[in-house]
Design a protein around this ligand. Structure first.
Ligand code: OOG
Ligand code: NI
Length: 461
């Protein structure tokens, strides 16, 4: 028996292979990566404290690496198989996102590493959406689209075989792991030859651009990758200097002293040449707009109470100014966002005291040496025996995700669907339930406090 490669290592290899492929496929994405690396370097040079902190907690040289990507799948079968493939790489479905409320006919989860060690080794995750043909009004089109999807096979036979082997043997050895990465990458590759005729593409496109993106192609091309930036406002502002067009506004909360949840923005999807079948065995030229590059900056994970406040403030902001796709009211939107979010406390102590965020607890020097009564943890925190650090939010936000979808489906693609979250149906299609993100963060917080108390309790008197 040869040694098994850890799922975390397979994921790291996969993420780096995907990055290389995407930079090759979408040169503008390579430009974005350069800009992000440059801004990250500048930020670290300007902020030695931040540099020291990141040095202690993260791998500094990997700071500009990708954190996530996204795909859109067409059938339950594709979703269930994708789940098994991601499991080989230590990526588990976390969270359920209903995007129908925001005019996008999909529901989604994020496959991601769970647990501090796994996230640290490689944080790569994939926001994975499943097309909801049930939301399409035109019944004939729905049936045709389903028939087209039923015929495609998005996985290579070898990828399936290696997934089964990993399931059976509890992992893959080095050679198989290398082959697995190469084979799985094929599923994410761009195809400039469509599966359908141009006339069908137009019909799908008229029903919703996203349907055309999923149904017309041989596979679920990776539609964006997202590195982490240390200064999202700066990257957003400098994109035009690098010849790339940013979306109108940064999604999520405003710039703050204590970052919360997730801020993200992207450059707008590019119009690309695609060949469509002409119905006579030949090809016909057309275009398709789907692929872009994104950046993200993460803050503290919020409790249900904190999240409710966030959702309310975002909603209040959007009642004052609804960001227009062309960016014409971007300044007004940002000003309103900053103003309204003044109601969200902006010190770690207040965020914790009001039960808005999740924190990880550890013993201070004083705590490691002091003699203490364990009955009141709050007292131990107040007296400086135990300290707390924000737990980073590792998931996504439906309103932000919808904003990212919308701005890359072309301006004016807004469309209304009846809100119809259907997590049960999604989980049936997935063949598993998704992890509840709040339970997960609460568990990390609780375990950290318990381990402090256990360490104190086990100390000889
Ligand atoms: C996914 C959009 C959501 C994010 O970062 O919120 C997303 C997509 O466009 O397929 O990736
Ligand atoms: Ni994204």
């Amino acid at each position: 028996m040869t040694a098994k490669v850890s799922p975390d290592d397979i994921r790291a290899r996969f993420s780096s292979a995907m990055s290389a492929m995407y930079r090759d496929e979408v040169p503008a994405y390579g430009t974005l990566m350069e800009l992000v690396a440059r801004v990250n370097d500048e930020t670290l040079a300007d902020e030695p404290d931040l540099k020291a902190r990141l040095d202690a907690t993260d791998t500094l040289e990997r700071i500009s690496e990708e954190r996530h990507g996204a795909i859109r799948l067409g059938t339950a079968q594709e979703l269930a198989t994708m789940r098994r493939i991601f499991a080989v790489m230590g990526m588990w479905p976390v969270g359920y996102y209903d995007l129908s409320t925001a005019g996008v006919p999909v529901h989604s989860t994020a496959f991601r590493p769970v647990g501090e060690e796994a996230l640290k080794r490689n944080p790569f995750r994939i926001f994975t959406s499943l097309l909801r043909l049930d939301l399409i009004a035109d019944e004939a089109l729905r049936t045709e689209a389903a028939a087209i999807l039923a015929q495609r096979q998005i996985f290579t036979p070898k990828a399936i075989e290696l997934t089964e082997k990993a399931e059976k043997n509890g992992g893959l050895d080095k050679d198989d792991a290398d082959r697995f990465v190469t084979e799985v990458l094929e599923t994410f590759r761009w195809h400039d030859k469509a599966n359908v005729e141009l006339s069908m593409y137009h019909r799908l496109h008229d029903a919703h651009r996203l349907i055309a993106d999923v149904v017309s192609f041989k596979g679920p091309h990776i539609n964006h990758l997202t590195p982490r930036t240390l200064d999202i406002d700066k990257v957003q502002a400098r994109m035009p200097d690098f010849g790339i067009a940013p979306k109108a506004v940064v999604e999520g909360p405003p710039t703050r002293k204590c970052p919360i949840l997730l801020r993200q923005t992207s450059f707008k999807a590019l119009e690309e040449t695609v060949s469509f079948r002409d119905g006579n065995g030949g090809w016909q030229a057309g275009t398709h707009t789907a692929r872009f590059g994104e950046i993200e900056q993460r803050g503290v994970a919020l409790t249900p109470k904190g999240r409710a406040l966030y959702d309310k403030l975002l909603d209040d902001t959007r009642k004052i100014v609804r960001p227009a796709a062309d960016g014409s009211n971007a300044d007004a939107y940002e000003a309103a966002l900053v103003e309204v979010f003044k109601a969200f406390p902006d010190t770690w102590a207040d965020i914790r005291a009001e039960g808005l965020g999740y924190f990880s607890y550890s013993l201070t020097k004083k705590g490691e040496n002091g003699m203490i009564d364990l009955t009141d943890p709050e007292h131990l925190i107040k007296e400086g025996y135990i300290c707390f650090d924000p737990i980073v939010y590792e998931d996504f936000l439906p309103v932000s995700a919808a904003g990212i979808f919308q701005s890359n489906l072309g301006d004016g693609a807004q469309q209304d669907f009846t809100a119809s979250p259907n997590q049960k149906r999604f989980e049936t299609d997935l063949g598993a339930s998704v992890l509840n993100e709040f339970d997960h963060y609460a568990g990390i917080e609780k375990a950290s406090l318990e381990s402090c108390l256990a360490a104190l309790a086990s100390r000889p008197a």
